[in-house]
Design a protein around this ligand. Structure first.
Ligand SMILES: Nc1nc2c(ncn2[C@@H]2O[C@H](COP(=O)(O)OP(=O)(O)OP(=O)(O)O)[C@@H](O)[C@H]2O)c(=O)[nH]1
Ligand SMILES: [Mg+2]
Length: 504
């Protein structure tokens, strides 16, 4: 017969082992407790509830930056559909959220908290354009829902340009407030100026953003217009991006600095067979004629040869691909890339949109747990600072604890630094570090490079040899401070893997 003690032991054994709470679980629980603490203040509690509900929705990425830096065009390129109105004049005055919904829907939010649905059966760009012209004191936000697959994993949010009249009117802090709602930020500028850097720095003044500066991608936009605007433009933008990537000031807030030609990205995604036919006609010209034709947009549009490509078609090609895009497309067709799908994909590469997609995936989608935890902590911090109350010390303490003791922030910062080339290890160590930091999955097996069915003994061996190796590297006196810190972070990840082993 079993005694109460043995029964207790049996129950303990039968219970599934409880994994330690993840950073996001801990942050969520802190958010719920903060909400309960402020339950007698409906505005604050409601605001926190909204943040809690967002955890069940796609990640929110803000596309912000300079006026006319190509924000709307990039949103269209990322979604793969024409949705955000783009124009040569300053257009986006109102913060606009593009999110997934089963039916097209437009909701207008006023600064006083009222909302109104605009009846639509299909999403018409001109309706959105007209609504975006409202002043920020009349319309504070537009929410556009569309059944586009490109919006299923991420919600995109366009803010008015950093130096736009709308932002001058409402103040920079209002813009910073909008950005604090986003889990990730893509900042666009054609050439980084002091204004951009100061703005990005100011966004990183909060304690949390200093501790976890992991949510910003800096994009050198309209890259096809860099330099002379000809065939060497994107490489010229690449050079600018590299220079900023190496700038220690920029590195503190952006781990990825990339060039992108959004217009070409959008044009490539929507390329038609008629356009391929026109490009094929243009590719028949000899190289001297072609060079002459492409000297300027005017020449390209108004020349009479080849007659088989009418002026409207040329204008349309220029409008949709830009001069650089037309030049590269004709070049690719001449080299034999004539199939629509292949040409689309080659032009997407030329536009660097693929790289941006990859950066969004690696930096944001793969790290969404940490980014969401970061957003939650930011919300809790904002509430605790804006509404200080006696009795909040415990919440404050937990916030501090999650902020300071979460090794996850160090891991994410190091992963970005390894990817951006800021921290360099030899190939083998780099691969080992990335794996151990969770680049290929957060499971113990993936971190240790073992198969999913590896035995405890195999995992223990892998963990112990990783620990020995990184302990040796961490003791190397030849490393500079950056590399020393990096090896310490990987070592700490090894120690945590061993600790997880002991717990299991
Ligand atoms: N050549 C080229 N033109 C671009 C690119 N991206 C945008 N444009 C053009 O630049 C102009 C502004 O583009 P938008 O996408 O409206 O820029 P925006 O940043 O959303 O503008 P606002 O919201 O008004 O600040 C339009 O005429 C676009 O066609 C690009 O990658 N290359
Ligand atoms: Mg815009």
């Amino acid at each position: 017969m079993s005694t109460p003690e043995t029964r207790q032991a049996e129950t303990r054994q039968a219970e599934p082992r409880q994994a330690p709470a993840s950073l996001l679980q801990q942050a969520r629980s802190l958010l719920i407790r903060t909400m309960t603490f402020y339950r007698d203040d409906p505005r604050t509690a409601g605001w926190l509830r909204e943040r809690l509900e967002r955890l069940d929705h796609p990640l929110r990425i803000a596309v912000t930056g300079r006026v006319k830096s190509g924000k709307s065009t990039l949103i269209n390129a990322l979604v793969g559909q024409q949705l955000a109105p783009s124009d040569a004049e300053e257009r986006t005055h109102v913060t606009t959220v593009y999110q997934y919904g089963p039916e097209p829907r437009i909701t207008v939010h006023t600064p006083h908290g009222a909302t109104q649905n605009v009846p639509v059966t299909a999403l018409d760009i001109s309706t959105i354009r007209n609504l975006q012209r409202w002043r920020p004191d009349e319309v504070s936000r537009l929410v556009i829902e569309a059944p586009f697959p490109g919006l299923q994993a991420i919600t995109l949010l366009e803010t008015p340009g950093v130096s736009s009249s709308a932002v001058t009117e409402t103040g920079r802090s209002a813009l910073a407030q909008i950005l604090s709602e986003a889990d990730g930020v893509i900042y666009l500028t054609r050439y980084p100026h002091q204004t951009d850097l100061r703005f990005l720095e100011s966004m990183h003044e909060l304690r949390i953003t200093r501790r976890a500066p992991i949510n910003t991608i800096l994009a050198i936009s309209r890259a096809d217009e860099a330099g002379s605007g000809g065939g060497d433009s994107v490489p010229a933008a690449d050079k600018t991006a590299r220079r900023y990537r190496d700038d220690p000031r920029v590195r503190t807030f952006a781990q990825y600095v990339l060039p992108v030609a959004g217009l070409l990205g959008q044009g490539a995604a929507e390329l038609t067979t008629d356009e391929v036919a026109a490009l094929t006609e243009l590719a028949r010209l000899d190289s001297r004629q072609l060079e002459e034709l492409l000297l300027s947009a005017d020449r390209f549009a108004n020349n009479t040869f080849p007659e088989t490509v009418p002026t409207e078609t040329r204008l349309r090609l220029l409008e949709r691909l830009g001069r650089f895009g037309v030049e590269r497309a004709v070049g690719l067709v001449s080299e034999g890339t004539r199939e629509l799908k292949k040409l689309r994909s080659a032009l997407l590469d030329e536009s660097r949109l693929n790289e941006l997609h990859e950066a969004v995936y690696q930096q944001f989608v793969e790290r969404q747990e940490a980014l969401r935890a970061r957003s939650v902590l930011m919300a809790v911090d904002m509430v605790l600072r804006a509404n200080p109350r006696s009795g909040a010390q415990q919440l404050n303490g937990e916030f501090e604890h999650l902020l300071s003791n979460s090794h996850e922030w160090d891991e994410l910062r190091l992963l970005s630094a390894l990817r951006s080339g800021q921290v360099r290890f030899d190939k083998q160590d780099r691969e080992s570090a990335e794996r151990l930091l969770g680049a290929h999955g957060n499971q113990r097996q993936s971190r240790l490079g073992c198969t999913s069915d590896a035995s405890e003994a195999t995992l223990a061996d892998a963990a112990s040899s990783a620990l020995t190796h990184w302990r040796e590297l961490a003791a190397n006196p030849m490393h500079d401070r950056l590399h020393h810190e990096a090896t310490r972070t990987v070592l700490r990840s090894c120690e945590r893997l061993i600790a997880r082993q002991v717990q299991s």
